[in-house]
Write a protein that binds this ligand. Structure first.
Ligand SMILES: Nc1ncnc2c1ncn2[C@@H]1O[C@H](COP(=O)(O)OP(=O)(O)OP(=O)(O)O)[C@@H](O)[C@H]1O
Length: 442
């Protein structure tokens, strides 16, 4: 963890020797694209595609935590599954420790399955109820043919202790545990093979708020102890706040802002980031004076089937002008440690100062309002977790690449994706605990 985290109340961690930006790059993603084809008719002709991830670039350095946030449907989970190669990308490249892993097949990925692990959202669905905890946590050893020193049982018991469970839980079954404990079991399984990169997809969103901090703190402690690198996906900025070194904000398949955690919270540059942040409760009322307005994002996230032209956020942005409608802003580093894709950023010089006339729609769109006004209409905050209207589910039948029909509000199962089945069969069936240390989402 970086030095910046020392001040966090929930994360008291020792400072690392080197600053995050000096550490070696572990994962590098360039131009990453994942489109899901939509097929219709008897011949299953492709008629459109869901642009879940639509050209994103980022890197993750050894020992750091990258938080990824955004509203539901913006492509976070898809990004997570593609970078772990549970799903194949449609385009772009993924490099892990300098090696191009974008097109590796199952056999090629096999040794890397030890190094790259995923923790999923649902601690209830991800553990096979018929298997004992010992069998679940030892699955990665079986699958990789690894015999730990001292034997599998001893190692599994050590892992259980590491995640705060008792070694005596070895012979118990998942239903005997609470949600938080089950997520700990999932974490123990993910850590079994001593991975270098852990991608955690909404690791606490299915848990009680009171338990969330404990699990996040556990991940944080484990990172220090084991030198792990994390990508933590969350829809809520307050979840990633305490553990992230840097945060990427996604909107409709794009990264709109990627910045050091403190910079992002102190002076967000993308209006969307500002809106998301304005909905995060401030725990310290003394600091409230600094931020007493919330931004109510009106309307829903547009459909990823046909995202808006230019800047994808322009249909909901209160600052949008003509250039936003016509020209996509590139993600550029406007300030050291802060990349933004916006023509009219907040807290920085306007990038298109000549373009001053607001789009008519923008004038009516989201706007800063006072806390009092928000309290009168709390249901419209940016943090709202409503499913995006106009997603594939509502508009048409979405078929995965197998041609199998699946609802678009929950289509993220690797098993519904032919590519995933072909190239990562172990992960596609992870719910049965037979995955190589991973667990199934939802
Ligand atoms: N297998 C699939 N087939 C078709 N569309 C899909 C598939 N998986 C995801 N999508 C669509 O891709 C878009 C992005 O989904 P994704 O789950 O990645 O978003 P998210 O930001 O993680 O949202 P959430 O927080 O709700 O999981 C959504 O519109 C979703 O319906």
């Amino acid at each position: 963890m970086s030095e910046t985290k020392k001040t966090d109340p929930v994360a008291t961690v020792p400072a690392q020797a080197s600053a995050p930006e000096e550490r070696e790059v572990l994962l590098k993603v360039e131009g990453l694209v994942k489109h899901f084809p939509i097929r219709k008719g008897l011949l299953k002709r492709q008629v459109a595609s869901v642009k879940a991830v639509d050209g994103i670039d980022f890197e993750v350095r050894k020992g750091e935590t990258l938080g990824v946030v955004g509203e539901s449907g913006c492509g976070k989970s898809t990004m997570g599954r593609v970078i772990t190669r549970l799903q194949d990308p449609t385009g772009g490249t993924i490099r892990f420790e300098g090696k191009d892993i974008t097109r590796l097949n199952t056999a090629g990925m096999r040794p890397l399955r030890r190094d790259i692990q995923m923790i999923f959202q649902d601690p209830y669905g991800s553990l096979n109820p018929r298997h004992t905890i010992g069998s679940i946590v030892s699955a990665p050893f079986r699958l990789q043919g690894v015999e730990p020193e001292g034997g599998v049982k001893k190692e599994v018991q050590r892992l259980l202790e590491l995640v705060g469970l008792s070694p005596e839980h070895y012979n118990r079954y998942p239903h005997e545990f609470s949600g938080g404990q089950r997520q700990r079991i999932g974490i123990a399984r993910a850590l079994a093979l001593n991975p270098k990169l852990v991608v955690a997809d909404e690791p606490v969103s299915a848990l009680d708020v009171s338990i969330q901090a404990q699990v996040i703190n556990l991940l944080d402690d484990l990172q220090d102890e084991l030198g792990l690198t994390y990508v933590i996906i969350a829809h809520d900025l307050s979840v990633v706040r305490h553990v992230s070194d840097r945060i990427a904000v996604m909107y409709l398949g794009k990264i709109v802002e990627l910045a050091d955690r403190d910079q992002l919270y102190r002076s967000p540059m993308h209006p969307y980031t500002k809106a998301l942040l304005s909905a995060v409760p401030i725990p310290d009322p003394k600091r409230k004076g600094g931020r007493n307005e919330r931004i109510l994002l009106k309307g829903d996230v547009p459909s990823p089937l046909s995202p808006p032209s230019g800047c994808r956020f322009h249909t909901r942005c209160w600052k949008a002008t003509e250039v936003c409608r016509t020209t996509e802003p590139p993600l550029i580093e406007l300030q050291v440690g802060q990349q933004v894709a916006c023509h009219h950023p907040e807290n920085f010089d306007d990038q298109q100062p000549q373009d001053t006339v607001l789009l008519t729609a923008s004038e009516k769109e989201s706007e800063p309002v006072t806390e009092e006004a928000v309290e009168a209409a709390p249901e419209e905050t940016a943090a709202e977790e409503a499913a995006p209207a106009g997603t594939a589910a509502e508009e048409t039948t979405v078929t995965g690449e197998t041609g199998s029909e699946e609802p678009a509000d929950g289509p993220g199962e690797p098993a519904g994706d032919a590519e995933a089945e072909e190239d990562a069969p172990a992960q596609a069936t992870a719910a049965s605990d037979d995955a190589e240390g991973t667990s199934e989402k939802k």
